[in-house]
Structure formats: C-alpha cells, structure tokens
Design a protein around this ligand. Structure first.
Ligand SMILES: [Ca+2]
Length: 182
C-alpha cells in the first residue's frame, strides 16, 4: 500500500494508547500511598505516589531531617509568586463519610502563612471541594489536620501539602495520613 496517508491512523493509535495509559495511571488507590515519604521515584526525584503541584517544581524527596524513617518531603518555595506543593495520587472514598487528612510539618525558614495541608475531593478529573489548614510557625515537627465529610458524588480524595503563592518558605513534611473518621 503506497497510496493514502498512513500518518493519520498511526497518530490515532498513539492518541488512543495515550488515553489508555492516562486512564490506567489514574486508577484510584485504596489508601494514601507512601505516607512516610520513604520511597522515591528515581525518574522524578519526587516521593513515590506524590505529584508536583507546580512547574517548575520546588518539591522533592529529601533525606534532610526526617521525622520518622530516613526520608521526608521538602518544599522549597523561593518565589513570592509561585505556589509549590505535592499532591498525592487519588484515593477511593465514599460520599457521606467524614475523612481526616493530616501531616507533620517543620518550617525551617519562611514567612506566614507558612505551610498548608489540603483535603481535596474529586469527581473524575474535576476537583469539586477542598478544605485546608495552615500553620505559620513550626520550628519543631507540628501536626496539622483537616477533616470534612465527602460531598455527594465524590469518587476520590487527595492530600496536598502546600506552600502558598505569597509565601517564601522552606518546609519539611512527613507522616501523612488520610483516614475515615466515621
Ligand atoms: Ca519519613
């Protein structure tokens, strides 16, 4: 077959493969991954199961000063404009059930509002609700938590550890959790 254009079918096949791959990668988990931030994704330098919130990314797997184990997550936000954070892979949840997200944080340097934790609820790829708790000063490891009932229709939840866009801050995070309250 010498006539016609083979490019289109190949392009379509690649597009279909990419869609299937994306769908496979977004399968929700049963529980929050890598909560102690001990495992690293070698290809990205990020904690396994956690994803960069911003590009360029200022978050990383770190051996600097873990609360437990040998590793934690570090977020270096040295811009007063850009926000930085790490969002977990999605976890399957049930609407009407109350969930509590928590994490320990230690702020090495920076300004208010410091470090924050978000509990986010999703339908498919759309974030439908989010709730947050922040801490401005945490010279020693400090736990922050936020809880809320999963809204109608919610399918998954994520935990986002975060340095706000107006913040210039260097913070560490360790021992995250996402638990059913009731
Ligand atoms: Ca750890």
């Amino acid at each position: 077959m010498t006539g016609g254009s083979p490019q289109m079918p190949i392009a379509l096949m690649i597009a279909a493969w990419a869609l299937l791959s994306a769908a496979g990668a977004s399968q929700p988990l049963d529980e929050l991954p890598n909560t102690g931030f001990e495992e690293v994704a070698e290809a990205t330098g990020l904690p396994l199961g956690w994803n960069a919130y911003s590009r360029p990314n200022g978050a990383a797997y770190s051996l600097a000063d873990a609360r437990t184990g040998v590793a934690c997550a570090a977020i270096v936000d040295d811009s007063p404009q850009a926000a930085q954070g790490l969002r977990s892979d999605r976890v399957r949840i049930k609407p009407g059930v109350t969930y509590r997200a928590s994490v320990w944080t230690k702020i090495l340097s920076g300004e208010a509002p410091g470090a924050a934790l978000y509990l986010e609820f999703w339908v498919g790829n759309q974030r439908i609700e989010n709730y947050s708790k922040g801490v401005s000063e945490a010279p020693d490891w400090t736990q922050i938590s936020v809880e809320h009932i999963a809204p109608d229709g919610a399918e998954t939840a994520t935990v986002l550890i975060y340095a706000a866009s107006t913040t210039v801050v260097h913070s560490l995070f360790d021992d995250a959790a996402l638990e059913r309250v009731q």
